[in-house]
Design a protein around this ligand. Sequence first.
Ligand SMILES: *[C@@H]1O[C@H](CO)[C@@H](O)[C@H](O)[C@H]1NC(C)=O
Ligand SMILES: *[C@@H]1O[C@H](CO)[C@@H](O)[C@H](O)[C@H]1NC(C)=O
Ligand SMILES: *[C@@H]1O[C@H](CO)[C@@H](O)[C@H](O)[C@H]1NC(C)=O
Ligand SMILES: *[C@@H]1O[C@H](CO)[C@@H](O)[C@H](O)[C@H]1NC(C)=O
Ligand SMILES: *[C@@H]1O[C@H](CO)[C@@H](O)[C@H](O)[C@H]1NC(C)=O
Ligand SMILES: *[C@@H]1O[C@H](CO)[C@@H](O)[C@H](O)[C@H]1NC(C)=O
Ligand SMILES: *[C@@H]1O[C@H](CO)[C@@H](O)[C@H](O)[C@H]1NC(C)=O
Ligand SMILES: *[C@@H]1O[C@H](CO)[C@@H](O)[C@H](O)[C@H]1NC(C)=O
Length: 453
Amino acid sequence: MVVTAVRLLPRNPTQSSLTMLFSAIAALALGIGATAQVTYQNSSGTRLRVDNGTYGPEIEEVHYYYDQWPIGIAAASDGRIFTTYTRGDYRYTLGVVVNQTAEEAYPSLELNLPVDQLNTSWNGIDFGSGNSSAFISVQAVYVTPESNATGRPETLWAIDTGRPTIHNGQGEPSMPYAQPGGPKLVAISLANNTIYQTFTFPSNVHYPSSYLNDLRFDLRPNVTGTSGKGIAYLVDSSDDGRLGFIMVDLGTGESWRRLDQDRSVLRGQNDVPSYVGHPFYFEQVGRPSRWLLEGLDGIQITPDGERIYYSPLTSKRLYSVPTANLRERDSNPAAELNAHSNVSDHGQRGGDANGFEGDNNGLVYQLMPESNAVYFYDSTPSGNGKTNPFVRDPRILWPDGASVGADGYIYLNINQLYYQPDWNFGVDSREHPGAILRCKLPNGGRKITSLFP
Ligand SMILES: *[C@@H]1O[C@H](CO)[C@@H](O)[C@H](O)[C@H]1NC(C)=O
Ligand SMILES: *[C@@H]1O[C@H](CO)[C@@H](O)[C@H](O)[C@H]1NC(C)=O
Ligand SMILES: *[C@@H]1O[C@H](CO)[C@@H](O)[C@H](O)[C@H]1NC(C)=O
Ligand SMILES: *[C@@H]1O[C@H](CO)[C@@H](O)[C@H](O)[C@H]1NC(C)=O
Ligand SMILES: *[C@@H]1O[C@H](CO)[C@@H](O)[C@H](O)[C@H]1NC(C)=O
Ligand SMILES: *[C@@H]1O[C@H](CO)[C@@H](O)[C@H](O)[C@H]1NC(C)=O
Ligand SMILES: *[C@@H]1O[C@H](CO)[C@@H](O)[C@H](O)[C@H]1NC(C)=O
Ligand SMILES: *[C@@H]1O[C@H](CO)[C@@H](O)[C@H](O)[C@H]1NC(C)=O
């Protein structure tokens, strides 16, 4: 092929014969017409169809992040928006939006362990702090409305992973193992802004390599297999360990695992997504290029509490399982087998998904960093069985967390995660500000309240 192509040119091309050739091509191009589109990557004047990167309802810009880059988000009934930040060297890990351009530590800065106390080491192995009364690194938050049945005020629930990201002298990132006490589920009253309950985990439920990533709740007293004070469904998304669900009985504090290392919760193997048109490899200082490793990530419970939809971060597939199977205890020898055989595989959805949210119409929203979009799956009997488009916008540069407010809007945290230094050989190409965007839910959708009588 190469030999043939060379023969099309003069055998000994001189400077002047090449110049003549290019002049002729240029003249030909101009001859087609002075209005021809000859601009370089500028399609604004084209007659061709272009992808404008946009569909769905109008998007509003609600908040701008100029300081710490956020992860999780939760909206309260009074309009307050809570945000989380994984640590690091950040001053605080749980915050509240105070005006359009700033957030502050919530409920107080003093609850955050100082950066030099986030990790410790034992026989040369790094461990996160085991302090159960201070914040180490909060990943996600969820607001449950005031619940008379359980006597709980409107509550901000936070999961602390107990595993900060630390960097050695060469700037190589690593995540210390968790020790009991560090990883915890914390309940904060939004009426008096005080932590009123903390749940920690035994080491056979939360492993040293576990990583708590998301949380959902059912506070109905009549939920089977609980003490009647409600249950939390948590996600272990570990990059370096075993994946699965962790449940907490909010009356007794007992916790247990289900779908441990089930095929449906595992990370996709050697997954290469595309972000803003770039194939993405996971690149950390001190290591060769690899692949993202995160497994089970997004979860959402249906408004009747019967089913949880979920997906690993590095997978295109959507799954669901009856919550009854997650509530089965280890005392039932068939608990794990039954849970596995009751998993539904809803097939591929058209991309990897990050966090999930849901509304009272049974729509399961899935955040889609590959296409700067939010998709939804209709979990009701009238659903079409497909994952469907909801909203897409060039500003949705890695939608990380989402929260449906009492006002019928879905709030999206935008954090440009794929540009962060720990994924790009230490180069930070995020650009301030990050953002909270919001848009109205379809069909008058609202926050789920049916699970919080
Ligand atoms: C793109 O082309 C249009 C005319 O088609 C011009 O007005 C505009 O300035 C160009 N934009 C850039 C960034 O070059
Ligand atoms: C973008 O393109 C879609 C599909 O062609 C169209 O429906 C929509 O109105 C366009 N949006 C904007 C902002 O131009
Ligand atoms: C927003 O809040 C921050 C922190 O309290 C403050 O420094 C800043 O002046 C406020 N900005 C505006 C525009 O009110
Ligand atoms: C925490 O981790 C950093 C980075 O590896 C290390 O320099 C520091 O000594 C560790 N702190 C403790 C108390 O072990
Ligand atoms: C945990 O951290 C808090 C806040 O820094 C501190 O007041 C408390 O003494 C610590 N507890 C232990 C057991 O170290
Ligand atoms: C705050 O509210 C919680 C939950 O209702 C309650 O248990 C706690 O005693 C209250 N704390 C303070 C300081 O008022
Ligand atoms: C459980 O309680 C909820 C609300 O408290 C109620 O709507 C539901 O019908 C009850 N379910 C059963 C099976 O009793
Ligand atoms: C599967 O889930 C359904 C509820 O959706 C339940 O009735 C059934 O017993 C479960 N099967 C197993 C094997 O656990």
